[in-house]
Design a protein around this ligand. Structure first.
Ligand code: MG
Ligand code: MG
Length: 311
């Protein structure tokens, strides 16, 4: 596999600073080396840089006064969408975030590539949150809570973000690990057609039947598969380096199992690693865990796992 690392130091979508250090933390935690050890060719494309934002007074605004960082986010959407489209031409891109608003750009860029190849794009969203707010419904105003609504073509972004030319069909989206949903999101997601496997479903049924059924559909339609992994998908005890911890997340083994099954499927064609905030991390612990999960996604087997003291 030819893997392309793409730094996306986006932090205006999260409401606090620090996620811009994420790409650097993944590099320091040895992501490129780990992928190379697994036999992949690795190209590091460096960090994407957004265009300068409009000066104050000409900034993009929205009628919802809660919305934050709209001009900065718009610049990232445009830059990341272009980068995702370009780099996916001959690489499997790994987007190193950066907060989850980066998916406002990466997914449309990948969707454009999928459409050009005549293949439907599927999406696995591993997150405590559904991120299904629009610019109109968000209360916090933090745009990392909006990408799923935007990329699936919900209205509520007109006039602020570019039109989504290749929306991901909601029935091709699977969300896993959900356990924190706002009222407006709950109502909208219930009628969206998106398959939501929340933590209760994980507890009752495990994740394997849901995931296998989803992957069967990817295979039946010969789809491409984008995976978006939010740090807060994980149990905060093992992944403290994120600003939106929610108790009761995926365990170490649940997360690795998902990655291993996704790898075995052979369908994964792009990946977001999002919401790592090294400023909140403990001696790189969360960065190392995310790199380990990426390793499982790219072919590391349980029997390959080195014994390492807990840091
Ligand atoms: Mg998220
Ligand atoms: Mg989240």
């Amino acid at each position: 596999m030819r893997c392309g690392l793409v730094g996306a130091p986006v932090q205006h979508g999260s409401g606090r600073l620090g996620c811009d250090m994420g790409p650097s933390a993944y590099r320091a935690a040895g992501l490129a080396r780990v992928l190379a050890t697994l036999g992949h060719e690795v190209i590091d494309f460096g960090d994407v840089a957004p265009a300068p934002t409009a000066p104050p007074g000409r900034a993009v605004t929205h009628a919802n006064p809660a919305v934050k960082g709209l001009s900065e986010t718009l610049a990232w959407v445009e830059a990341l969408s272009e980068a995702a489209y370009r780099i996916s031409a001959d690489c499997l891109p790994l987007f190193l975030g950066g907060d989850h608003s980066l998916a406002l750009g990466t997914v449309p860029g990948i969707a454009r590539r999928a459409a050009e190849r005549g293949r439907p794009l599927f999406l696995i969203w591993l997150d405590a949150h559904t991120d299904y707010h629009t610019l109109e419904t968000t209360v916090s105003g933090n745009l990392h809570g909006t990408p799923m609504a935007y990329v699936t073509g919900r209205s509520g972004f007109e006039g602020a973000f570019p039109p989504v030319l290749h929306p991901v069909a909601p029935h091709r989206v699977g969300m896993i690990g959900i356990r924190s949903v706002d009222g407006a999101e709950r109502v909208a997601i219930a009628s969206s057609g998106i398959a939501v496997h929340d933590m209760r479903a994980m507890d009752e049924e495990g994740v394997v039947p849901f995931l296998r059924a989803f992957l069967d559909r990817v295979e039946a339609e010969n789809g491409l598969l984008h995976v978006s992994l939010d740090v807060d998908f994980l149990e905060p005890d093992i992944a403290p380096g994120v600003g939106t911890t929610v108790p009761g997340g995926a365990t170490f083994r649940e997360a690795h199992l998902i990655m291993e099954i996704l790898h075995d499927s052979g369908f994964v064609s792009s990946l977001d690693l999002v919401e790592l905030n090294p400023f909140l991390d403990e001696r790189g612990r969360t960065a190392f865990l995310m790199v380990d999960l990426a390793a499982s996604l790219f072919g590391r087997r349980v029997l390959d796992r080195p014994t390492r003291s807990y840091v």
